[in-house]
Design a protein around this ligand. Sequence first.
Ligand code: SAM
Ligand code: DTB
Ligand code: SF4
Length: 358
Amino acid sequence: MSSSLPCAPVSPEDTAPIRHDWSLEEARGCLEQPFNDLLFAAQSAHRAHFDPNRIQVSTLLSIKTGACPEDCGYCAQSAKHDTGLERERLLPVDEVLQAARAAREQGATRFCMGAAWRNPTDNNLEQVIEMVRGVKALGLETCVTLGMLEQEQAQRLRAAGLDYYNHNLDTSPEFYGQVISTRTYQDRLQTLDYVREAGLKTCSGGILGMGESRRDRAALLCQLANLPAHPESVPINLLVQVEGTPLFGTEALDPFELVRTIATARLMMPASYVRLSAGRASLSDELQALCFAAGANSVFHGDRLLTTDNAEAARDRQLFARLGLQPEVAEFEGRDRPGACHKSIDRQTSARPSAAGE
Ligand code: SAM
Ligand code: DTB
Ligand code: SF4
């Protein structure tokens, strides 16, 4: 049937608008709708802002492992839990650069460095800045996750050329106190403010499967989507249960809840990368494919995460090939290399001055 209406081009903002006024009821409504309706809506939003067959690939390295003073109930690295983890000092810069070179050879475009700190000292920061400079010089995007920052520390990282800062809200404000007692939700939001105001890109998401409710998952997504700018990258971690942590033995999450949460994150933050993050090693290929169909378009690639195993790199390569997923290609000096394709970046650089959160 033909329509008499003029056929106007549809912009991504029309089909999948960027909003910052999500109510908890709306978020829950998205999460709870029939699975097929949710997936259809999420796919439409994904296609409005991205090439759905491209995947962003990051590699993670623990630059300082264990003996963390925080008591996060999920974490192998807290000094408060007996997980048998060996404490390690901050890695030397050349070792980090060697790992970054290997990651680049494996096709990573971003190199993420994680440290088991409550917050970095200024001396720690100086050493991390050296790593950031070295990794950037290899043509990789840089991301670090170092715990809470002071305003000036965020500015120093930006001045050194850091691209992303990872700082997760993890769960809803209401459930947070049941998982972590050594810092508050407000502390996390404050660091996110400093990071954004310093001009860094934000990577912030959460963990599913910690015994939280669907309401908590909806509330986490509301917190992220109602920030002044959407995090450019939203990692959705599935709890990796580590023996010796308080959350070890938590009842496993219904895997469809993971898919639903990814789809809802895609709907609420349509121009952001949604990363299917920790927990992938335990997912079947079919479940991962459902997560990609629901709008996940980024992963950690490489055999290890920080202290636990990731999905094996060889298995990833086979899975991407079977699904026709193309890893994104790195950008240099703000220009796309031939073959690089990212609808959202193209649009943002031509029409919109800042990234996902406008
Ligand atoms: N210490 C810094 C901090 O907490 O911000 C940075 C490192 S910390 C390990 C980074 C993130 O990893 C946490 O915020 C949490 O979301 C995630 N994470 C840690 N342990 C995890 C686990 N066992 N399963 C899933 N995600 C985990
Ligand atoms: C994020 O959201 N997930 C990564 C990264 N940011 C730093 C960490 C996952 C850690 C998984 C448990 C571990 O290996 O210790
Ligand atoms: Fe420390 Fe980060 Fe682990 Fe919490 S999540 S215990 S802050 S390393």
